[in-house]
Ligand binder design. Structure first.
Ligand SMILES: [Ca+2]
Ligand SMILES: [Ca+2]
Length: 184
């Protein structure tokens, strides 16, 4: 347990010392050498992401991390793939269900980490893009959030088949749901 806590703390320090943009706008990578149109470059990017296993929908792409790990380690893994923990795809009900249908891996009572936490102040939930999460943006499972200072990271789970939110201890091992923005 102590070893796990230490690991989590190390990751927190690392994440805190690094600045990240959210989400990554892929069209920043477009070259201006006059070769090809923006549209064809965009198609190339979409093809590349699909080949890398991202699920594309609208202007966003989603992918799970390859292993279950703490919320912080999951966040770092998403950032390493050019993304962030999912925020946009969690706020929107229809999109959340679509993503869950495509990517969710059971069992249903084990959730996927998303970009939501109340680490700073208990019950003051924030998205990892820095914005405050309002009550009508988060669809909590019945009786959730229930963890007080023990459960400070958000997961999307299938317990009620609606892929709603649960507050969970941040050091538990979960796959993380990563998100990338495709166009600005
Ligand atoms: Ca909490
Ligand atoms: Ca909970």
């Amino acid at each position: 347990m102590l070893k796990m806590m230490y690991f989590c703390l190390v990751v927190v320090f690392y994440i805190g010392s690094t600045s990240w943009a959210h989400p990554v706008a892929l069209d920043q990578n477009q070259s201006n050498d006059g070769q090809g149109s923006g549209e064809s470059i965009n198609q190339d990017i979409r093809r590349q992401l699909t080949n890398e296993g991202w699920y594309l929908t609208g202007h966003f792409a989603y992918k799970l991390t390859t292993e279950r790990q703490s919320w912080w380690a999951g966040r770092y893994a998403c950032q390493s793939m050019g993304g962030e923990l999912a925020v946009h795809g969690v706020r929107d009900n229809a999109l959340r269900w679509e993503i869950a249908r495509e990517l969710y891996v059971g069992p249903v009572w084990i959730g996927l980490w998303v970009g939501l936490d109340d680490l700073e102040t208990d019950m003051k939930w924030k998205w990892t893009d820095g914005s405050l999460a309002t009550d009508n943006e988060i669809v909590w499972s019945p009786q959730e959030p229930n963890g007080g200072r023990r459960e400070n990271c958000g997961e999307m789970w299938g317990e009620d088949r609606r892929f709603t939110m649960n507050d969970n201890p941040c050091c538990d091992d979960r796959y993380a749901l990563c998100e990338r923005k495709i166009v600005s």
